[in-house]
Design a protein around this ligand. Sequence first.
Ligand SMILES: *[C@@H]1O[C@H](CO)[C@@H](O)[C@H](O)[C@H]1NC(C)=O
Length: 260
Amino acid sequence: MESSVITQVQKEDVQVSPKTGQVSRSALKQPRSCNIFKALFCCLQVQDGPKPPLPPPSQQPLLESQDNGMVVKQSEISLLPEVKSHDEGKICVVIDLDETLVHSSFKPINNADFIVPVEIEGTTHQVYVLKRPYVDEFLQRMGEMFECVLFTASLAKYADPVTDLLDQFGVFRARLFRESCVFHQGCYVKDLSRLGRDLNKTLILDNSPASYIFHPNNAVPVVSWFDDVDDAELLHLLPVFEELSKAEDVYARLDELRGH
Ligand SMILES: *[C@@H]1O[C@H](CO)[C@@H](O)[C@H](O)[C@H]1NC(C)=O
C-alpha cells in the first residue's frame, strides 16, 4: 500500500501526463503520514507546460544573517568545498540519483541490487533499490573525466546509504541532498549558481527538468528509468560526456551537440 504512493507519481511521469505534480508548501511542511513515503524520495515532478519566468537566482538570497556587522548572504556561501588538486581544470558534473542512476521503492522485489533500511518516524522500512543498467561503467568513466558531485532532492537518510553501496569507485567528491535544494514553486531546484564553481564549467545530469529550471543550458537530459533491463542510456551518454569533458565552455559545446 505504501509503495503505491511512489509508484503512482512515477507512472504519471512515465506517461508524461499534463497533470501538474506540484505540492503546496503547507502539505510539505506538515506531511500527513500517507505523504511520508513520497516525501522521502524526490518525486515532485513538474510536467511539461508553460514555464514560469525564471527568477535571477543570484539576486534572491535564501536568507541573510548578520555576523559582527557583516551581512552574509546565504547564496554566496558555496555548497561545495574547494576544488581538489587532481580535479583542477575539470568540469564539474552534478549527477542526480533517483530515476537517473537507480530506482527505489518500498515494494519488495526479489531482484533488488540493494536493500537499505531507512527509519521513518521510529519505524524501520526496507527500501528496495535497482541499479540502472551500465551504472557501474558509467560512474567509473565519469570519475576519470570530471569532478563528479551527487546532488539529489531525496533525503540523506535514504540517499547517503544508497550512494555508499552504489559508488564503489569513490567517484563522488561531494554529496548534496534535499537541504541543498531551493524550494521553488512546489519543486526542489538544484541551483547551480550556489555550487561555487564557474557555471561555464558545470553540467547537470538529471531526469527531471524541474531540477535544472534555473540553468537549462547546463543540462544533459536523460530519460527517467524505473526497471527497463534493456535501457542503455547511460552507455550512450558516455561519448557525449567524452566530448563535453574537453570543452572550454560547456554552453558552446552543448549548443553544438544539440545541433544549433
Ligand atoms: C568562464 O567563466 C569565468 C567566470 O565567470 C570567466 O572568468 C571565464 O572567462 C569564462 N570562460 C569562458 C571560456 O567563457
